[in-house]
Design a protein around this ligand. Structure first.
Ligand code: ARG
Length: 579
């Protein structure tokens, strides 16, 4: 709808330019917003205020001329001038009802991508395999998964890339330990945290062990068969732990999506020599570096992207350059989105720029760092266990399910054990994911079980419950929406408000896809659930006065249910028919 209003305004602008009211050559960005207060219409534009000056008119005068020049459109019932010169558009309720009918008849709920379909690489999760996955990778996994799902729903081809850290110096330490006691190591591998800890302790305590570890990294990177075998074994175990977390979370990631740092190993010398050939490299204290004028540290000294250390070793940045080249040349991506901690923002700004200058990515390719803030504990401090250790994801998810179980059992003691478990899983895991998704991704966020499991406010339990209310209407009726005739007819204020919100689904999903911000979808679903509530309280459905009214309301309820369900699924939540 916003797009079609923008189009109407564009046509009016063209007319006014032809009439000489507006000067030639204006190409304003036409802004159309959803209004908050529906008594002022459904959409508003400030275009008359933006163009008053070049037109040499007062904003309200220009607004009048614009209204006169607007082509008629069945979807718009009237346009009014408000305040200093806003144009307020009222949508025609019959046209709105027709749009909702079309959505109801469509598996895609009337949602289309606003631009052309693209090939999009989504770089997500990407834990370091030396340790068990911890909370730091939760946000990348969950937010990346939600955005990937939305892109796919809109018709993009999504290529998930789990850029795991499987090739660092820490592997020398692990290899040295594995080599030292292969039998013990096999059993200790089951607990990676423990394994990492003992290896690290050996490394810190024994200079001889540390030397061996360093030598093993060199051997590994030189392709020694024994080292490679142990390293592979280690990665297998580590990745299977990650996969268990993904499955438990219901995240769409599989072993096929893993393309770790080591995959780019053989490309690294070429990256350096190509940078050399392009004249982008300089040597600094023996290291190979790229310096760019726009990157300086706080003291104003040039900041390098180091691609090769003095000893010959390659770095995180070198691998990222190789990965970008692969994503452009082999995966043929139009866009690559990196869901990585905000603290790596500078790293990405710099490597993106190097990749462009070196021509590692094709010109039309968008590179976007979708940074996110730190996950803190309920006290606002970095998330730690009581004894100061890092929190294991699996433990966190266990606790979420246990708490949800107690909660649901408290509310519905009569439910049988199997159903209780199933509900607890959907609510517990859903709550953890939703709490993360509902905050703007760039802000830090506090992990708080009480808040995320509350049935009030913008939470998973609230939304999952809202969906069950819709489901219960149809359960009581004993029929599905396909068996209900009639059509949507919008009369009551609550019906109109709910309908207007339903019609915004496509626009919301398009913004999530453009900006990589799932919290917009969360707020939308929360508002939708609230509007459904007031509709439900004020407009009787099953006891409606006559059949056509009942049919209309059932159809609105059905579309609300499907929108909630689809929205929650795109966020990676499992809906329940009752809870
Ligand atoms: N393994 C890295 C870390 O834990 C994240 C990798 C993100 N992706 C990338 N292409 N650099 O910090």
């Amino acid at each position: 709808m916003k797009d079609s209003i923008r189009h109407l305004i564009q046509q009016a602008l063209t007319r006014l330019t032809e009439q000489g009211v507006l000067p030639e050559g204006l190409t304003p960005a036409i802004q159309v917003e959803n209004t908050r207060d529906k008594t002022h219409g459904d959409f508003a534009s400030n275009i008359a205020m933006m163009l008053a000056k070049p037109a040499g008119l007062k904003p309200r005068e220009l607004a009048e001329k614009l209204i006169a020049a607007l082509p008629a459109d069945a979807a718009v019932s009237k346009v009014e001038i408000a305040g200093p010169g806003f144009l307020n558009f009222f949508q025609n309720s019959d046209a709105l009802a027709e749009r909702l009918e079309a959505a109801l008849a469509d598996a895609q709920l009337g949602v289309r991508k606003s631009g052309a379909a693209q090939r999009v690489v989504v770089d997500l999760s990407s834990p370091n395999l030396a340790k068990e996955m911890h909370v730091g990778h939760l946000r990348s996994t969950i937010i990346g998964d939600a955005v990937a799902r939305v892109l796919e729903f809109l018709g993009d081809t999504v290529i998930r890339q789990n850029h795991v850290g499987d090739w660092g110096t820490q592997f020398g330490m692990l290899l040295a330990y594995l080599e030292e006691n292969p039998a013990a190591a096999e059993s200790e591998l089951a607990d990676l945290e423990q394994f990492y800890r003992v290896a690290k302790k050996r490394f810190d305590d024994s200079a001889e062990f540390a030397d061996r570890a360093r030598a093993l990294v060199v051997k590994l990177q030189a392709g020694d068969a024994d080292c490679l075998r142990l390293w592979q074994r280690f990665n297998e175990v580590s990745l299977s732990h990650c996969q268990a977390v993904y499955d438990r979370l219901g995240v769409k990631l599989s072993p096929a999506d893993v393309r770790g740092e080591s995959a780019y190993n053989s490309d690294l010398p070429a990256i350096v020599s190509e940078l050399q050939a392009k004249g982008l490299l300089s040597e600094s204290e023996g290291a190979q570096c790229v310096f760019m004028d726009e990157f300086k540290n706080a003291e104003g000294n040039p900041l390098p992207v180091i691609v090769q250390k003095a000893g010959g070793g390659y770095l995180y940045a070198t691998t990222d350059l190789a990965a970008m080249r692969y994503r452009s040349q082999v995966l043929k991506a139009d866009r690559a989105l990196y869901f990585v901690d905000q603290r790596q923002a500078l790293h990405f700004q710099m490597v993106f720029e190097v990749a462009r200058r070196a021509g590692f990515v094709h010109e039309g390719m968008d590179l976007e760092h979708m940074g996110f803030g730190t996950m803190n504990g309920a006290d606002g401090r970095p998330f730690k266990t009581r004894d100061g250790g890092t929190v294991k994801l699996i433990d966190l998810l266990d606790e979420a399910e246990q708490r949800a179980y107690a909660l649901v059992k408290g509310k519905n003691p009569e439910l049988d054990e199997a159903e209780l478990r199933q509900i607890a899983r959907a609510v517990g895991i859903g709550a953890v994911k939703y709490a993360d998704l509902s905050k703007h991704r760039t802000s830090d966020y506090s992990f708080n079980f009480e808040q995320m499991l509350s049935f009030e406010g913008n939470t998973a339990p609230y939304l999952l419950y809202a969906y069950t209310r819709v489901a219960s209407v149809f359960r009581k009726l004993g029929k599905g929406v396909s068996e209900i005739g009639g059509k949507i007819d919008l009369q009551a204020e609550q019906e109109l408000a709910l309908a207007a919100k339903l019609a915004q689904f496509a626009e919301v999903l398009n913004s999530v896809a453009d900006k990589g911000v799932p919290h917009i979808l969360c707020s939308y679903l929360y508002e939708l659930a609230g509007l459904f509530s007031s509709f439900y309280e004020n407009c009787p459905i099953l006891s409606a006065e006559d059949e056509t009214v009942q049919q209309s309301r059932l159809r609105l309820a059905a579309l609300t249910g499907r929108t909630l369900q689809q929205g929650l699924e795109l966020l990676g939540l499992t809906t329940l028919e009752r809870m």
